[in-house]
Ligand binder design. Structure first.
Ligand SMILES: O=P(O)(O)O[C@H]1O[C@H](CO)[C@@H](O)[C@H]1O
Ligand SMILES: O=c1cc[nH]c(=O)[nH]1
Length: 235
């Protein structure tokens, strides 16, 4: 047990899907995993472990923002032996040609957060997912005929009150969308020599407007879930 996870040592699988919202974790467990059971409930940040097509998989919420995902990713990797972490999240669209419900497979995550710089002796760390997982995800999307965009995002410390010059910079550099965790997840995985990937669905568009409801966010990311699960079990 850790301060934030009360699962027993063997209760967490090597593959962990991580939505921000613990209720999305419950939805995934109930709808996609066989023999799923609740293995951790500290702070209601639920973790479930079950089987997808015979492969043991856990799903656990990581909360919102870099400090929260960093705690859960660290404990899952270093205390429970997690080896493959896949964020299944939502994001705010930024690019003009990105629309509500688009699925983005992140191939780079820039950030304004100081945490990766702190990890990297003050230098700018290029935060990227594991290439093998990225390749597997691309091939899986192709086979499932799931339309995805692969591109760069920005992991933001702000949900409200972005700095004035942020959006023009993101648009200039063709950033597709913003989330609040991917850049840290990739850095923690790299530092720990495990694999991480981030697949995110556009829940609102910060330039063009429009947003999904809380319930839609919680339950309608099914294409993304299948893509993540099929990617996770691919050799
Ligand atoms: O829906 P999740 O996975 O939580 O992701 C996005 O939603 C939250 C903000 O509403 C942040 O965690 C952001 O990264
Ligand atoms: O991080 C996020 C997620 C959804 N929408 C945003 O604007 N930002």
């Amino acid at each position: 047990m850790t301060p934030h996870i009360n699962a027993s040592l063997n209760d967490i699988a090597e593959i962990v899907l991580m939505p921000g919202d613990p209720l999305r974790a419950k939805y995934i467990a109930e709808n996609y995993l066989e023999d799923a059971r609740l293995v951790s409930d500290v702070r209601n940040m639920f973790a479930f472990t079950g089987f997808y097509k015979g492969v043991r998989i856990s799903v656990m919420g990581h909360g919102m923002g870099i400090p929260s995902v960093s705690i859960y990713a660290h404990e899952l990797i270093h205390e429970y032996g997690a080896k493959k972490l896949i964020r299944v999240g939502s994001c705010g669209g930024v690019a003009e040609d990105i629309n509500l419900r688009d699925i983005i497979v992140v191939n780079a995550a820039s950030t304004g957060s100081g945490t990766n710089r702190a990890r990297f002796a003050g230098y700018d760390y290029a935060s990227v997912p594991d290439f093998e997982m990225l390749k597997n995800c691309w091939q899986t999307a192709d086979e499932l005929q799931t339309k995805v965009r692969v591109g760069g995002i920005f992991t933001n410390d702000f949900f409200y009150g972005d700095p004035d010059n942020l959006l023009p910079a993101l648009q200039k550099m063709n950033i597709l969308a913003m989330d609040m965790e991917s850049a840290a997840l990739f850095a923690i995985a790299a530092e720990s020599r495990v694999q991480a990937l981030s697949i995110i669905t556009v829940s609102d568009h910060v330039v063009k407007g429009g947003e999904m409801s809380v319930l839609e966010r919680q339950t309608t990311f099914d294409q993304m879930m299948v893509l993540a699960l099929e990617t996770a079990i691919r050799d």
